[in-house]
Each structure stands twice: as structure tokens, then as C-alpha cells.
Design a protein around this ligand. Structure first.
Ligand code: FES
Ligand code: FES
Length: 146
């Protein structure tokens, strides 16, 4: 099968039930998306699928063959971090950073559809992302300032 990731097309020879997360991490060596719960609950594996932040751990790779996938590695352009990535750095919005790529992906999707979200809209949009280090105040600050 063929998938489109970060602007490039890749051919994969994997079983249809392979998760998108395994395809990215194991086969394409894009390890920025993290395995957390494996059940679509924590958000650490989120990637953009046609602009929507989706958990790649429960997404079969076969289901995204005609879709555009963007991972955390694909957000930077010509040496410039995405503004959301830069805001997370500026606000030190991580501790262990295991949740960060999924957090940033969800925030990028939110900002694309709603550039000036209210505090409550940010909270609602980030419900599917869990931070075990509880740096939520700094994450909120980073997303708010973008
Ligand atoms: S690892 Fe995918 S949502 Fe937790
Ligand atoms: S910074 Fe450690 S899980 Fe969020």
C-alpha cells in the first residue's frame, strides 16, 4: 500500500491491520509520535490526518491510503519550527515531553480551525490529550499565546 506522510509518498508492505502508529514508528522510522495507552485515550500518538488530530494507535494504516498525514516531524518548514512548537519551547510546556508531540498536533489542528480560541475552547479541544507530568498550566499558556 502507499501512504502520504509529511509531503512524501511511501510504499509499505504490511498487513492491513497494521496501525498507523506502527507504520510510522517501525517502518518509516518517524518516532516523534509516541505509544502511550494504545487505546485511543491518551493522545500521545496523535497525527494530523487531512488536518484532523487523530490517534494513530487505533487507526489502521490501510484506512489512510488516500489521506494526507502530517506528523510532528512534518510541522517544521525550512528550519523554522511551527509557531505552536516554538510556543511550547518558549513556555517550557513539558517536563518529560512524552505527551508533547500529541499535544502540539492537537493544538495545531485547533489553531487551524479556530485561530483565537477561548480558554474553554482550548480545554475542550485538548480533552483527548493526557499529560502524566501535569504541566497543563504551561501547555495552556503556550497554546493561548500562539
Ligand atoms: S497511544 Fe494512541 S491514544 Fe494513547
Ligand atoms: S510532559 Fe511528561 S507527560 Fe506531559
Amino acid at each position: 500500500m502507499k501512504i502520504h506522510v509529511n509531503g512524501s509518498e511511501y510504499s509499505l508492505n504490511v498487513p492491513d491491520n497494521t496501525s498507523l502508529l506502527d507504520a510510522l514508528r517501525v517502518h518509516l522510522k518517524l518516532t516523534g509520535s509516541k505509544y502511550g495507552c494504545g487505546e485511543g485515550m491518551c493522545g500521545s500518538c496523535k497525527v494530523l490526518i487531512d488536518g484532523h488530530a487523530m490517534p494513530s494507535c487505533i487507526t489502521p494504516v490501510a484506512s489512510v491510503q488516500n489521506k494526507e498525514i502530517i506528523t510532528i516531524e512534518g510541522l517544521e518548514k525550512e528550519g523554522q519550527l511551527h509557531p505552536v512548537q516554538q510556543a511550547f519551547l518558549d513556555e517550557d510546556a513539558f517536563q518529560c515531553a512524552y505527551c508533547s508531540s500529541g499535544m502540539i498536533i492537537s493544538a495545531v489542528a485547533l489553531k487551524a480551525r479556530n485561530p483565537k480560541p477561548t480558554r474553554q475552547e482550548i480545554i475542550d479541544a485538548m480533552q483527548g490529550n493526557v499529560c502524566r507530568c501535569c504541566v497543563y498550566p504551561r501547555i495552556m499558556k503556550a497554546i493561548s499565546k500562539v
